[in-house]
Design a protein around this ligand. Structure first.
Ligand code: XUL
Length: 525
């Protein structure tokens, strides 16, 4: 029996996903929603506190309580947790957890007689955690970029320009606004390393995947960058533990979890990573050139890269892959389903007639183009909603629907160039991936096969696969990443769409026109 548990601590819930690698099955998948269970006790709304002026925090003690509830639920469902060989996990990226000097001993001495929340309340030097939704640190971003010698220098060093939600700017703000609490902080971790620390009963470091979301890690060396630390806040070398290589176990599960839930002393724990790097593994992207696209409220493009190529224009973020070897690129387009739903509703279509409109209109749309910024756009940066039509009659519903899908696909190609990835296959997930007509446009624009991939919890699945890979390596049965991910990341049977060479030729011309239109309307923003 080979069972591995992946845990994903995300913004609104914590998920546990248990796999059995003997028969390649997911045997349990359970989520604990924070609002449903903890809204009354902690006052969270959608898992967070909106503190105003762009500050958005959450409660690290709540996450510990949710971890207990998740494991209790799995146990109550009849899963024998003593069968689990290893655990890995992920956390929402960028959030920082601040602990005082009692934390190390408290974690070590934790008793299985009482829940975590009753024993951990005193370990925080800051009760709340600023999370990735926090946009309150523009001043600190500018200061950090200046401090390292400019934006290009930070980009070259850490793989990313300074982003408000990244950990470094958040740490700097805490140091500036609450200097006493900052001085009382013995240790700063991320959401990922905090949950991993609970499981092993000792403080553990951040992995390179999540370290790359801090603006403080040297992306090539996968170590903290002294230059970036100095530009962020004082004494960070003492407050941060060394980066923990993603593939090496950080210990075995603590007595607390053995006593309470029946884990055995041999259950290994791997470092936790960020949710996006973990999803890279959960989507099976372990070979450079593989790209996945999630068509959700916003559309997100993930790619596996062989080098930490950077986006000078802020089009995307770069993270180290937890496979220990590669890098991931992430680009987020805000007008995903937001734009698809907007055009569907304007013309009073449903998803059936939407697909039909795509089916009966022609690739290239008789030159009709739209810039579909129904909401402000992240990539390219557009600060106000603006919908621009060129050679497109607003009254022609079907042509407008095709124009939106073609715009999204063309934009996904234009703004993937910085990744330097020769896209050889595209895995598409998310609600809109059920529409084969949409996938056809992507296959023709990218000139590669498109496969549909069905998953709700790719971060937790990636974590479970990392647990399997790490355990097999640690026990002398190393298996390649390809072999580890393949059985769990198969495309939906019969979903593959191959490019049509005539349509590919049409889009090769059209992308030039589209890019010119986009440039003309985004430069001013
Ligand atoms: C990535 C980011 C979000 C969080 C969400 O940079 O901020 O995707 O990781 O959990």
């Amino acid at each position: 029996m080979s069972k591995y548990l992946g845990i994903d601590s995300s913004t609104q819930s914590i998920t546990g996903l248990l796999i059995d690698t003997d028969n390649n099955t997911i045997v349990a998948e359970e989520s604990i929603n924070f609002d449903e269970h903890f809204k009354a006790a902690y006052g969270v709304e959608n898992g967070v506190f909106d503190l105003g002026n762009g500050a958005v925090h959450s409660a690290p003690l709540m996450w510990a309580e949710a971890l207990d509830l998740l494991l209790q639920t799995l146990k109550d469902q009849g899963h024998d947790l003593s069968e689990i060989d290893a655990i890995a996990g992920s956390g929402q990226q960028h959030g920082t957890v601040y602990l005082n000097n009692t934390a190390a001993l408290a974690l070590q001495n934790i008793s299985s007689a009482f829940p975590l929340k009753d024993q951990l309340a005193g370990i925080f030097s800051r009760d709340t955690t600023p999370i990735w939704m926090d946009t309150s640190t523009s001043a600190q971003c500018a200061e950090i970029e200046d401090g390292v010698g400019g934006q290009d220098k930070l980009l070259e060093l850490t793989g990313n320009t300074a982003f408000e939600r990244f950990s470094g700017p958040q740490i700097r703000k805490f140091y500036q606004t609450e200097p006493d609490a900052y001085n009382n902080t013995a240790y700063i971790g991320l959401v990922s390393s905090y949950i991993a620390s609970l499981l092993v009963g000792k403080l553990v470091g951040v992995d390179p995947g999540d370290g790359s979301g801090t603006n403080m890690m040297d992306i090539a060396a996968r170590e903290w960058s002294p230059t970036a630390l100095d530009a962020t806040a004082p004494d960070l070398t003492d407050k941060l533990l060394p980066i923990a290589p993603s593939g090496q176990a950080i210990g075995t599960i603590s007595h607390y979890f053995m006593g309470r839930y029946g884990f055995t002393k041999d259950c290994l724990v791997l470092p936790f990573s960020g949710d996006n790097p973990s999803s890279l593994i959960g989507l099976g992207l372990v070979t450079p050139g593989q790209v996945a696209l999630s068509l959700g409220t916003s559309d997100t493009l993930f790619a596996c890269m062989d080098q930490p190529r950077t986006s000078k224009t802020g089009e995307g973020a770069v993270f180290a892959s937890p496979d220990g070897e590669h890098y991931m690129a992430l680009t987020c387009y805000l007008n995903g389903s937001l734009a698809r739903e907007a055009v569907r509703d304007i013309y009073h279509f449903d998803w059936g007639s939407f697909a039909e409109a795509l089916r009966i209109t022609v690739p290239g749309n008789n030159n009709g183009l739209i810039l579909p910024y129904f909401s402000p756009e992240i990539v390219p940066k557009v600060s106000e909603p603006s919908v621009v039509r060129q050679d497109l009659n607003e009254a022609d519903a079907k042509a407008n629907i095709r124009a939106v899908i073609e715009a999204q696909a063309l934009s996904s190609s234009i703004h993937a160039r910085w990744m330097g990835v020769d896209i050889s296959s595209l895995y598409v997930t998310g609600g809109a991936s059920a529409n084969a007509e949409i996938l056809r446009v992507y296959a023709d624009v990218h000139n590669c096969p498109v496969h549909r991939f069905e998953t709700a919890n790719s971060a937790a699945l990636g974590a479970a696969l990392r647990a399997a890979h790490g355990h097999q390596s640690a026990t002398g049965n190393a298996v390649s990443w390809q072999e580890t991910v393949a059985p769990f990341t198969k495309p939906v049977a019969g979903s593959t769409i191959k490019p049509d060479k005539d349509a590919v030729a049409v889009y090769r011309e059209m992308i030039i026109e589209y890019e010119a239109l986009e440039k003309a309307h985004t430069v001013a923003n």
